[in-house]
Design a protein around this ligand. Sequence first.
Ligand code: SF4
Length: 368
Amino acid sequence: MNDRAPDPVEGPLHPGRWWRTLDDGRVQCDLCPRECRLHEGQRGACFVRARVGDAMVLTTYGRSSGFCIDPVEKKPLNHFLPGSAILSFGTAGCNLACKFCQNWDISKSRDMDRLMDEASPGAIAQAAVRSGCRSVAFTYNDPVIFAEYAMDVADACHAVGVLAVAVTAGYISPEPRREFYAKMDAANVDLKGFTDEFYVKLTGARLAPVLDTLVYLKHETEVWFEITTLLIPGRNDSPEEIRAMSKWIAREIGFDVPLHFTAFHPDFKMTDLPPTPAATLERSRRIAMEEGLQFVYTGNVHDREGGTTFCPNCSAKLIERDWHRIEGYRLTPDGHCPDCGTAIAGHFEAFERATQFGRRRIPLTIGR
Ligand code: SF4
C-alpha cells in the first residue's frame, strides 16, 4: 500500500484497533491478511480504514448505507431460527476486490455520502426489538472492515436479547478473529472458490486464511455457521473443484455444516459471463451430497428440492422452502426429525407458518 496516493480522510473518525508501528515509520493494519502498511493520510485497501497521525482510524463507525428487515433465509442461513426476521445493514468498502461482486455499489463505494443513516449500537438494538427481529445481520459489505462497530452493535443487541450475525468472506487475521467471533452468534462465510488461483485473480485475496477461519469457527467457537459458494460459470464451478471443496468440508469441518450453492448474475467487472445455469447448481449439490454433506442447498433460484432440508437419517422432508419462504415445516420445536428423532444441526425453536417473515424486504430508517 506504500505507493498509494494520499486520500483526504474526513468526517467522524473512530479509533481503530489491531495495528502497529513498523521500524520504517509506517503503520501496519493487522485486522486482515492484507496487512496494509500506511504513511500518514493513506487509506487501506478497504478504503474505510486509514492512518491519521500515528494511528489507524475507522471512518464508518456509526454510519450505515441503509437498514432493511430481511428473512434470515436470505443471508443465507437455513438452520438458524428459520422463518425469523433479521435487521440487516452494511456500511461502505470491502477488504476483498471481487470482480464478480454482487453488491458492488456498496462494497466499492468511495462515496461516504451514501452513509446517510447514522445509528448508534443502542439505537440499532432497539430498532431490532421494535421491529420484531430476532437478530441483527452485518451484511451487504464485509463486517470485518467495520469490526469495532459490529462488535459494539453485537454487545448492545445481546443486552436486549437480540442475536448477532456476520455475513462475511472470513478474511480476517487470527487475533481480531478471536475477538470478533466472540461477539457473534452465527455467521455465513463465503467460500468463494477452492483454488488459490481463483482467490488471487478474482478476489485479490488468498484461500488459506478463509479456510483457517472455517476451521477456527468449527473447532474453537460455538458460533453457528453456514457456508456459501457463488458458482461462476467457467471460473469455480468445475465438478473437480466442487468435489475437492466438498471433500475438504466433510473432512475438516464435518458433514452437518450447511452448504449453499448460489447463482451468479453478471455484474460489476464480470458482465461478459452468463448467469449460472440451474443444471450447474443441481450438479454441484449432487456432488457435495455424494461426498457425504448432509445439508446442501441451492440459492437465488426457484428449486424446491434444493431448498428443502431433509433428515440425514430417514430422508424425511423437514423444511420445504421456495426462495426465502417456508412452505412446509415438520421439525420439532427443539430441532428433531418427527419421524425418526434425529437431531438436526442448527438453532431451532417453535415455528408458526402464519408468523414467518417470508419473502419480504422492508427498508427501515434508524438515524436521520
Ligand atoms: S482491514 Fe483494510 S486497512 Fe486493514 S489490512 Fe485489511 S484492507 Fe488493509
